[in-house]
Design a binder for this molecule. Sequence first.
Ligand SMILES: [Zn+2]
Length: 463
Amino acid sequence: MAKDRREFLKNSGVLGLSGLIGPFSVFSEDHDFLNFQQNSYLIKNTEILSMDDSVGDFLGMVLVENGKISEVSKNIEIPQGIEIIDAEGGILIPGLIDCHWHLWTSLLRSMSGNSLQEGYFKMTARYSELYSPEDMKLAAKYAIAEAIHSGITCISDYNHNARSWKYVKASFDAMAEMGLRGHVSYGTYRNMKESDSTDFRGIKTLKELIESDSKYNDIKLGLGSRYANYQDIMLDWKRARDLGLRITIHASSNESQKGQIASLYNKNLLAEDVNIIHGNAITPREIEFVEKTAASITMTPYSEMRIGYGLPKINQLNESQINCCVGIDTTALTGNAHLLDTLKLLQNLANANAKNEFYINPKKLLKMATIQGAKNLGIDNETGSITPGKTADLVLLKKDDLNFSTGNKAYHLVIEAALPSNINMVMAKGKVLKYKGKLTGINSDELIKKAKERFSEMNQEIG
Ligand SMILES: [Zn+2]
């Protein structure tokens, strides 16, 4: 082994002509001296779950250069002076992609109470009126910090406190400042009148603004559609598509909304650019409609179950050709943003329904939160797998915690055992956003303090 390593170092150029390791390499081996300003790294000694069949899964190395994955291999010649991250046998997965989240509700964590008045819809409607655009940004940052902690590097935010374009811009600013990729759906707001038309003037203003500033390059604008049967749906979706916007819609969320997906299909609205949220009441015929049109479905099982929508149709969807994805939806209902736990819930529900220990493969589940999420958002050529040429959106889980150390079935470990605290490193677009379990780019204490202060003020205003 020692000889192999010496050979490797010699071949890799780390051992120079003199046989000495250069001082930069010595520093970069020391975790406390990792340079977070970089966007070029070599990750070594890691079990790679690439989520790309042409790359495969193996113990090896990943080279990141200028924010992009340039090589994935068992052995890589180490470029001189590059920062090295030693995974020490840990597991590397693509950055997780959340396909449905209302970021603004993060200040209202677990605030859905025990009566109709305190229930999710009435409670969020009451608080939503107190938000300013600055509050929207604070809430989004507070949510994104937790997302990064949980291994999420791309979020599809459905902004449904869109009282003006400034409220939606807050999501863009939060994502841009925190270094994430994203998609922001311009939605409605809680007490918007049925007769009010969709704010295309605001959508166009925001679209021009984000397109004129490169800091928003990796954040896309979409339409957060109203429910399936509103009067102007066909006109609005056409206008959105003419602007190049993808469309997100809550549909067939529970039994009382049964038939909504069929209604969208019958109006010829479904296509590859549509992200259907929930779908708990989807019928076998509607599954065929969604397959035929290549729309995606995003399940948010924790919020769906918590609010009483029923169980996700994981078995039927798993057996279909539909591009299935997952989301947090709202921490007002889910309590936290542990997206891997969402996959575990789906795994256990699917196996329980099938009464079969081997029914669903954990690799299939991890695809829902990685490559399939990227496909849903139309960015699968940029992210969603550990593939040379794609952006370096990566998550490293080190195997040195009480709950995460033994075992060698990597997919099962990631789905079943992993907690956000086991996530050692999160990289988005080649920037290290979490390292050694701590967020690198933001002052978490300050953010928590601001979130607590604003939440407490809102409570006083509500009385
Ligand atoms: Zn939702």
